[in-house]
Design a protein around this ligand. Structure first.
Ligand SMILES: Nc1ncnc2c1ncn2[C@@H]1O[C@H](COP(=O)(O)OP(=O)(O)O)[C@@H](O)[C@H]1O
Ligand SMILES: [Mg+2]
Length: 231
């Protein structure tokens, strides 16, 4: 697994005519395998829109998104669904767990639906629960978990399929800062260990500093690239 992303002149316009909103206005950047990139910027600057396009959830208006040379922006139908399902792990702010299942069952549900090897899936689930500090809560129902715990289960669930692209939209919203840092460390370890790509939108500058690089968005454009001082 070794993933390279090259985003070129990417644009997204929502709606048409007078109502059109130019959410992303021509973004270009490239990443190396194993990079963990933070994306910062004010609300409404196009961060979620960009992440959704890279994850194949939203069709770009113009531009390309090359993942190891394949333009994701051109994929449709089955090929696009395969890309989303096999290669992308998403963590959204509003990641909902199934309330009637436990933390561990929430990780296993897709494996069951897909008819995957359940022994391997259980091993993977338990490993992720451990890495994210959830082992003591693994048999708790989703409704019994705290906000931070639910968010960590959502992160573990996104990593279950061993995705090459790990896309995270403001993961730490309901995590205290010590726990939040630990979660980001787990994500970084996952990305570095397997030459994946991590893209994480965050408001938290302490989290952003943990990344290899910070992209700052403003009004639909990347206005600054800062290499982290982390070393
Ligand atoms: N589905 C949509 N329809 C119309 N406009 C949208 C839609 N989603 C987002 N926008 C607009 O696009 C711009 C960028 O939004 P978004 O990508 O959510 O920014 P961020 O994640 O940085 O807050 C904002 O002006 C927002 O109102
Ligand atoms: Mg957003």
């Amino acid at each position: 697994m070794s993933v390279r992303l090259a985003v070129e002149s990417l644009e997204k316009v929502y709606g048409e005519g007078e109502r059109a909103v130019h959410a992303v206005r021509g973004v270009s950047f490239a990443t190396e395998p194993g990079e963990f990139v933070a994306i910062v910027g004010p609300s409404g600057s196009g961060k979620t829109t960009m992440l959704a396009m890279i994850g194949g959830l939203l069709t770009p208006t113009r531009g390309s998104i090359l993942v190891n040379g394949t333009d994701i922006a051109r994929l449709r139908g089955k090929a696009l669904a395969e890309y989303r399902r096999r290669r992308v792990g998403f963590v959204f702010q509003a990641n909902n767990l199934l309330p009637f299942l436990t933390a561990r069952e929430n990780l296993l549900v897709m494996a069951r639906i897909n008819g995957s090897d359940m022994r391997a899936a259980k091993a993977r689930a338990d490993q992720l629960l451990e890495e994210l500090g959830l082992t003591p809560r693994r048999d708790a129902l989703a409704t019994e978990l705290s906000g931070g715990e639910r968010q960590r289960v959502a992160i573990a669930r996104a990593l279950m399929n061993d995705p090459e692209l790990v896309l995270v939209d403001e993961p730490t919203a309901s995590l205290d800062s010590a726990r939040g840092k630990q979660v980001v460390q787990s994500l970084i370890a996952e990305v570095k260990g397997r030459d994946k790509l991590g893209l994480m939108v965050t408001h938290d500058l302490a989290m952003a500093e943990m990344a290899d690089r910070v992209l700052e968005m403003h009004d639909g454009l990347v206005v600054a690239h800062a290499v982290s001082t982390r070393g």
